[in-house]
Design a protein around this ligand. Sequence first.
Ligand code: ATP
Ligand code: MG
Length: 272
Amino acid sequence: MDSGFVIAVGTAVLLMMAVFIIIFVAYYQQKQANQQLALKELQEQHRRELMAATFRGQEAERRRLAEDLHDGIGTMLSVTKMSLNQLERQMNGEATMKTSLQIQKTRSMIDETMTNVRRISRDLVPTTLERFGLLAALEELADRASDGDVQVHLDCPEAITELPPPLTLMLYRIGQELVNNAIRHARARQIDIQLYCVDSEVRMSVLDDGVGFDFDAVMENKQGGLGLRNIESRLSVLDGHVTFDVAHGRGSQIHVQVRLADTVPTPVAGLA
Ligand SMILES: Nc1ncnc2c1ncn2[C@@H]1O[C@H](COP(=O)(O)OP(=O)(O)OP(=O)(O)O)[C@@H](O)[C@H]1O
Ligand SMILES: [Mg+2]
């Protein structure tokens, strides 16, 4: 056989093998990259599910606490008050002025404790949110947080889309945390909650005119609170996003946005 022909065939076979190996390596690498991507997606999904389960557990625990508070301590306080009233009647006008005053003082202390128990139960479980929706719940939050020192105002210029319950609960909890922060840390006099839906996206902002803070320093502090970190974790479950427009010496502006995936907008009443 012609040696030139043998070399040509040999070269062709070697070339084909080389091409084969290159294709195989490329295919293998692509497969590995796809597997890694799928693993990453799975891990991300798992992390979200874990986070969602944590928040569900937290809400269930709050509900249990609220029920125990209301049914246990609330009922005991009512019974104590009834017993005190009975004692007063039994004394039948024989009580001295000092004793009467003491009974009155005890009664008002019981009343105050009952009011506090109701307030704490309401904070733990937002019944207004469940019954009347996000706007009503935020309005109630603003009303309750307002007093002589601070004014909290809810601004919802347009009709907002009817939102799924997990999203309304998340937005309410975030609003609650941000308003609490502005009251506790900012020494704010004016707090504005803004809520609106734009292009199948819901946005909520909480603005205050307080003293501000250094966001990086707060986040680096391992001993710090959980409120702001929880906001990021809550949002990551629903593909949401938070922007902290904050600095020392000026009011804080915190903006939250969440895409409304596959929701058909159904306008409900706004506060225009
Ligand atoms: N609106 C604000 N104005 C000024 N400082 C703020 C504001 N919000 C947060 N901060 C600062 O950021 C810190 C962290 O807030 P974060 O809500 O994470 O924790 P916390 O409120 O201290 O505790 P927790 O929320 O767990 O009860 C606060 O301690 C405070 O110093
Ligand atoms: Mg906080």
